[in-house]
Design a protein around this ligand. Structure first.
Ligand SMILES: Nc1nc2c(c(=O)[nH]1)N[C@H]1C(S)=C(S)[C@@H](COP(=O)(O)O)O[C@H]1N2
Ligand SMILES: [Mo]
Length: 322
């Protein structure tokens, strides 16, 4: 993605989290949970004590059958997670510094049921599935990843969104003491990282909340313990390490949109017909690849999920709504 180097004088005050905001966030997270309910397997797959937990009884789905999976080592060592640095190798090096247990999510806005929920409670009663999806980054590389997750709609429905809920906004953890990228002045992203979907996109059966990869708990660098995966959109929509879900009437302004409105739109549907202002989106580099085996393939409309999602955008000018 673009790395804009800022002069110190360019840093806006909103990029520097005040001590009070930071410490209230910490006590909110720390105070939110007490009794940890054990899952059916007798352990909590979301706890850091079970980092290599293998999820039992995953529901298999037909998605991605026949695709060659990107190896685990590539999935977990070539990452974008700017909270830990802008280099692809930074998240694996530094994301272990993030505490992911306990974890709670604040559900807010236009819904009948809102509040702060412990992760286990948020996911209670929903079966976990394996979903093999292509992930296409806006930077023109892609992977095939076997996620462990659950349809986002099954979680959102629990909160009974009302008729004003036109969008869903998501926020990533903001904890500079554990996220060194939030202490650095090298990116133009404001913290916390914010993303959003239209409510029908959020409710679409392809949209999942993921809690793992390769049948195991989510590595921190991939967005532990809970992240979004929206396979027909550029990767930056798939926000990691979520602490807030908010139903809104107004369209959220997302982090990348704020940072570069002419380059990163709200929709960000994968579209080989609409180039990024600075590079082509017609093709992509499928990982793993090398100099001698560049593995360049054509990019498909909606990342190959057009049959499922094209109807969401009927009548819209996708060049304007990029
Ligand atoms: N909070 C947060 N979420 C994020 C990002 C980020 O920097 N911060 N990067 C995004 C981008 S650009 C991509 S391509 C995917 C990468 O997910 P992966 O590292 O699990 O492959 O995460 C997305 N989610
Ligand atoms: Mo990305």
């Amino acid at each position: 993605m673009l790395i804009k180097i800022k002069k110190t004088s360019d840093i806006c005050p909103s990029e520097i989290t005040s001590e009070s905001v930071y410490s209230s966030r910490r006590s909110f997270i720390a105070g939110a949970t007490a009794g940890v309910g054990l899952m059916a397997a007798g352990i909590s797959p979301f706890s850091s004590a079970a980092l290599s937990t293998t999820y039992p009884n995953l529901i298999t789905t037909p998605y991605g059958r026949g695709e060659t999976l990107t190896p685990y080592d590539d999935v977990t060592s070539y990452n974008n997670f700017y909270e830990f640095g802008t280099d692809k190798s930074d998240p694996k090096k530094y994301a272990h510094e993030m505490t992911v247990d306990p974890w709670s999510v604040s559900v807010e806005g236009e819904a009948d049921k809102t509040g702060v929920f412990q992760l286990e409670d948020l996911l209670k009663g929903v079966s976990l599935e394996e979903r093999i999806y292509r992930l296409r980054c806006v930077e023109a590389w892609s992977m095939v990843i076997p996620w462990v997750g659950l349809p986002l709609n099954k979680v959102l429905e629990k909160f009974k969104p009302n008729s004003k809920a036109k969008y869903v906004e998501f926020e990533t953890l903001q904890r500079p003491s554990e996220m060194r990228g939030q202490r650095s002045y090298l990116t133009s992203l404001e913290w916390p990282y914010v993303e959003g979907l239209r409510i029908d996109e959020a409710m679409h059966p392809l949209t999942i909340l993921a809690v793992g990869v390769y049948g195991k708990s989510m590595p921190n660098q991939n967005g532990a313990p809970l992240r979004l995966v929206v396979p027909w959109k550029y990767g930056f929509k798939s926000i990691k390490s979520i602490v807030k879900i908010k139903f809104t009437e107004k369209r959220p302004v997302t982090s990348w949109e704020k940072s570069g409105p002419s380059e990163y739109g709200f929709y960000s549907n994968v579209n080989p017909g609409v180039d990024h202002p600075r590079w082509s989106q017609k093709r992509e580099r499928r990982l793993p690849n090398s100099l001698f085996s560049p593995n360049r393939i054509d990019t498909a409309m909606f990342n190959g999920y057009a049959d499922e999602v094209a109807s969401l955008y009927r009548g819209m000018d996708l060049r304007k709504n990029f």
